[in-house]
Design a protein. Structure first.
Length: 210
């Protein structure tokens, strides 16, 4: 039976990244449809169609990314490079979600929104799928993996609570809701960009065999 002890830095860095993923998942789940209908002015039926297409895309892209990360070979490992390469696009795509497309055509406005949502979902998956597979490659030890995922769940829960409460602050900054959403997107987009980098620099993959 293999016994390995991960450092506090490794466990903390790994868990901390899920704080950002939780924020990036929860806020759009609660607020994106309201933003698109009440602020961007897109009809609810059209918003529902856009989000449905995006969900279908999400279902298609996740297995592909998992397959890609399984076969990736770099000096940093198979999973960690994704945390480095896609951290900035991830934060940028979150910011773009909260910008109202400037176009007189409802069709093109909806198409732009669909493109932005797909861009965000793709970047989210390019980080979260390899991230979820990283824990087993950091250690063989069952108890350490359990502790590692306990750190992850702790930060995920805290991130979810923050994501529910924090938008109210940004939306109270101005009577113009567009401004509040824009500041929220920029501020949190910059913040969640940093967290995958914490996991990249704070963890190491082991060459696991058998």
């Amino acid at each position: 039976m293999t016994t390995e002890t991960l450092t506090f830095k490794a466990k903390f860095s790994y868990g901390l990244s899920d704080f950002g993923f939780s924020i990036a998942y929860t806020i759009p789940a609660f607020f994106l449809m309201i933003f698109l209908t009440d602020v961007a002015g897109i009809p609810p039926a059209l918003v529902g169609t856009v989000l449905l297409v995006a969900k279908i895309w999400d279902a298609v892209i996740d297995p592909f990314i998992g397959h890609l990360s399984d076969r990736l070979q770099t000096r940093w490992g198979r999973r960690r490079p994704f945390l480095l390469w896609f951290a900035v696009p991830f934060g940028l795509s979150f910011y773009l979600l909260w910008l109202v497309p400037s176009t007189p055509s409802l069709f093109w406005q909806s198409l732009i929104v669909l493109g932005v949502v797909i861009f965000f979902i793709t970047n989210f998956s390019l980080l979260s799928v390899p991230y979820s597979s990283l824990a087993p490659e950091m250690t063989r030890d069952y108890n350490e993996r359990t502790r590692l995922n306990a750190y992850r769940m702790f930060f995920s829960i805290i991130g979810g609570l923050v994501a529910v409460l924090l938008p109210a602050y940004f939306l109270s900054l101005s009577e113009d809701l567009r401004y509040g959403y824009r500041v929220m997107g920029l501020s949190l987009g910059a913040f969640i960009t940093l967290l995958p980098l914490a996991a990249f620099f704070g963890t190491k993959e082991k060459q696991l065999t058998g």
